[in-house]
Design a protein around this ligand. Structure first.
Ligand code: ADP
Ligand code: 5GP
Length: 215
């Protein structure tokens, strides 16, 4: 199972929560798609949002597209691990799937903004925070326009707010530049592998080795 560094990979005792943040258009969705293919026992946290689906986006796969009423209800009843208004729409991470996955040793990847990452930092000790940067602001603008799934107004708004998101990159544990896709992908995989090999996630290995050495 798995290729490269993931060959014969063993699931850790404790799963990790990975938070990926970066400005709109930097390439988070694209990189997450390849990470989910490569990394064993990794799940994407499907957020709920009040924004409309883009062409090709599917309910329950990319997002849970919910009404404002349902969203407010989720916030009120504490169903969300974090929530925020981003680029004029509401978003939030359902808490339950994250708890269930990490409890069985699987890991979860969140694609959330800076405000959400701050909430996770205070609510989930041990979460790993990664910020994805564009090679330059010009390149970011080109990518956002090239995606062509948003209107001109929406693109302008996202560009303005993206600068604010980038100012917060100093709060994160890891910084990855998405210039060449394959390099950013390898660097993200290296971060995930290192974090999942931490001794505190491998208590069973320590016990097994001690038992084997004692004989
Ligand atoms: P985000 O999820 O961060 O908003 P996307 O993954 O939707 O960003 O990427 C925005 C656009 O940039 C898409 O059209 C995508 O194909 C393109 N893109 C992503 N990464 C790269 C890259 N390294 N080089 C060139 N284009 C890229
Ligand atoms: P998009 O509308 O392009 O899919 O996402 C816009 C922004 O919202 C991105 O920065 C993305 O990381 C963020 N986002 C998506 N889901 C969530 C969520 O559940 N919580 C928070 N705080 N931000 C989210």
């Amino acid at each position: 199972m798995g290729e490269g560094i993931w060959q014969d990979w063993q699931r850790p005792d404790k799963g990790a929560l990975f938070v990926l943040t970066g400005p709109s258009g930097v390439g988070k969705t694209t990189l997450i798609r390849s990470l989910l293919k490569a990394v064993p026992h990794l799940h994407f946290s499907v957020s709920c949002t009040t924004r409309l689906a883009r062409p090709g986006e599917r309910d329950g796969i990319h997002y849970y597209f919910v009404s404002q009423k349902r969203y407010d209800e989720m916030v009120r009843s504490n169903e969300l691990l974090e929530w925020a208004q981003v680029y004029g729409n509401n978003y939030g991470t359902p808490r339950k799937p994250v708890q269930l996955a990490t409890a069985r040793g699987d890991s979860v990847l969140l694609d959330i903004d800076v405000q959400g990452s701050r909430q996770v930092r205070s609510r989930w000790p041990g979460a790993v925070f990664i910020f994805l940067l564009p090679p330059s602001v010009d390149v970011l603008e080109r990518r956002l326009r090239a995606r062509s799934t948003d209107t001109a107004d929406v693109i302008e708004r996202r560009l303005a707010e993206s600068r604010q998101q980038m100012e917060a990159c100093g709060e994160f544990d890891y910084l990855v530049v998405n210039d060449r896709l394959d390099i950013a992908d390898s660097q993200l995989q290296a971060i995930l592998a290192s974090e999942l090999l931490r001794r505190e996630r491998r208590v069973k290995w320590v016990d097994d080795i001690k038992a084997a050495v004692v004989g």
